[in-house]
Design a protein around this ligand. Sequence first.
Ligand code: PLP
Length: 386
Amino acid sequence: MGKKVYMDNAATTQTKQEVINEMIKYFNEMYGNPSSIYDLGRTSKRAINKARTSVAKFINADEDEIYFTSGGTESDNWALKGVANANKSKGNHIITSKIEHHAILHTCEYLEKQGYEVTYLDVDENGVVNIEQLKESIKDNTILITIMFANNEIGTIQPIKEIGKIAKEKGILFHTDAVQAVGGLRIDVKDLNIDLLSMSAHKINGPKGIGALYVKKGTKLDNFMHGGAQESKKRAGTESVQNIVGFGKAVEILEENFDEHIEKITKLRDRLIKGIKDNIADIKLNGHPVNRLANNVNFSFNYIEGESLLLYLDMEGISASSGSACTSGSLDPSHVLMAIGLKHEIAHGSLRLTLSDSNTEEEVDYVVQKLVDVVNRLRVISPLKG
Ligand SMILES: *Cc1c(COP(=O)(O)O)cnc(C)c1O
């Protein structure tokens, strides 16, 4: 049997066994509807509230500020559409960045069609949003600033505290997509002046299809789902109890081992970056050299097609991701790599490797070795190399 190395943890992560063990109970004996008043229902309700406490504590929010959703995408959609709708009388201008996840960008495009005006901020060559441009973009009718905490492709961490301060001074709501950040950074929504924050469980070793939106008390936000009275009448639909329990457990595990977890992943990341830099010429590390997620490595390799790189690595048992929107069958290079100023052909030769604490040094060395082989082979036959 060939070796299998998973280095695509920004796409999704493996659900931890301890998480699954907790979840199974809520499929088996504890299957009650949390809205039911008998014991079985109350058991489910208690489990949800325990998870809510864990999630709230993790970002220094209060329990009644956490609403469970179906994931990061729903949280992003809800935050943007909900704020836009509820604050229409104040204005119709939204500020975001060019490197957001599609859950934000496509929602913004939708809102533009509904008559809202959206400013897309530029980023510098490291992927950091232009703060001066942010200040200049603020108008009397600006109702929302939405800037991601850390980027899913290049790992760049944004100056969130600075942005939160600007938003607060101007009385503008501030949302951040923290789906990638929660697994890698300590987040304190109060200290950072965040009004709304999106999370997702499957990026932190929890189950897929569950996430949360943090909404600061008093924030004007329309409902997104209409129906029953669940989640304090803010998000209707029978709660996905087992998923919520799994999300809570994933957060608890992360919280318990946070510093060791980050230290381990950072070491692996730096070993991987060094291994690639020391052994392959004509490459570029994408994203911020220092302010980047502990698990993110993103390189461009001159004269190479990212797609071919992925296929060859896959044959060696390595799961990774490219810089182009290959998964959607599109040949367009990533909007993020374009925004940091890469040329088309360079962006096309990009590779993202994202680590978890299940990866080992041995795996890192194996990936470096295979990458050196594959890059050399592809460069020999490359029509791009003059
Ligand atoms: C994965 C991801 C999302 C979407 O989350 P889902 O739970 O998969 O819907 C949103 N934003 C970022 C930055 C992500 O990485």
